[in-house]
Design a protein around this ligand. Sequence first.
Ligand code: PMP
Ligand code: GLN
Length: 409
Amino acid sequence: LAKRVQGTEKNVWVDISKLAVEQNSINLGQGFPDFMAPHDIVNCLKDTVNSDSPAVHQYARSFGHPRLVKALAELYEPFLGRQIDPMTEILISVGAYGALFCVIQGLVNPGDEVIIIEPFFDCYQPMVKAAGGTPVFVPLRPTKDGSVTSSADWKLDEGELSSKFNSKTKLIIVNTPNNPLGKVFTREELLVIANLCKKHDVVCVADEVYEWMTYNGNQHIKIATLPDMWERTVTIGSAGKTFSVTGWKIGWTVGPQHLVNCAQIMHQNCTYNCPTPIQEAVARGLELEKSRLGSPGSYLISLAASLKPKRDKLASVLEEVGMKPVIPEGGYFMMADYTSMEADVPESDEAKDFRFSKWMTINKKLTVIPPSAFYCKEHEHMAENYVRFCFIKEDSTLEKAANVLRHWK
Ligand code: PMP
Ligand code: GLN
């Protein structure tokens, strides 16, 4: 095994998803819907395939199918408050994973430091290491205690955050709405980060794959729109998350040419391009969304509205059984403190939340994700009393999970 990937052999999605399949459990683990994808987007793919266009089955333009990058530019222009050049300021990748990979590989030199906010989407750490960079971690800390708390109660300590910036810092990765917490960073919080980026000449990687999913009026703020941040921010999105089609694996990076081009250079010698029919279908879906944005038919708006009752149902069940949920302001995951549940968890050298999650899959046939996977080794203990539930599931699936929790003994 090559040195640059040594130490990254274990992967929480590979392990827990395999166990869930083996145990045929109720799967509230990996984040994907268990219901049919929206008809409109599926029809976009059907229409694409039925269009009899020879080109749609052949290689796409390397940096993104023209119709898709144009649709993205048009969708995002009003949200970014500027014109976007679809050819030079956007890159299409294999999922947001591909976007993160090309951005990190394209921008990080050996010895550079990358600030990662905990809990973080787990691939950031191995990707930074594979680029020769040094991940520097700064945790969000819960500021309240109680049976029910909010992701808004998890905050960065400003002094601690600023102490992590220095002349070696190249990037900071900011994931809002955050996976796994569901925290939606406020304008004030993002301003603190933005000011540090400007002071230390640091690029911000804004992972915004859950941008359309916020609840209770919490507004998703794009850090790229804060003063003088466009020039130093790349924003990453995902068709899989936007349209509830996680199997389509199309992601994008939007930002100034001088940064996006670094990712494009990586991409052109890596996967080179992405599947044309899927890009064409996503383009058609975005055009449709653009035409009905703000109207009740908008999927991007109705998605959050349909997720909110699922979030509330899961939270009330968790509270009822004595787990302490952290109510997410956005995204489709919920962390909960499981320690009041009686469990005969075997001893091993794995983290406690891993042992509990595996035990629950095997013994209760309910799968969740152990969130210490979202922390560096030194900070794993911060997550050991929590598990992460995914709630973009059929109501009947959530009900089955509720039954397991209610009839625990
Ligand atoms: N970033 C975050 C925060 C995620 O939760 C995910 C998982 N969807 C990704 C990136 C990767 O997205 P994709 O499935 O589009 O590769
Ligand atoms: N982002 C999703 C999650 O957090 C899926 C992760 C994955 O596919 N590796 O569950």
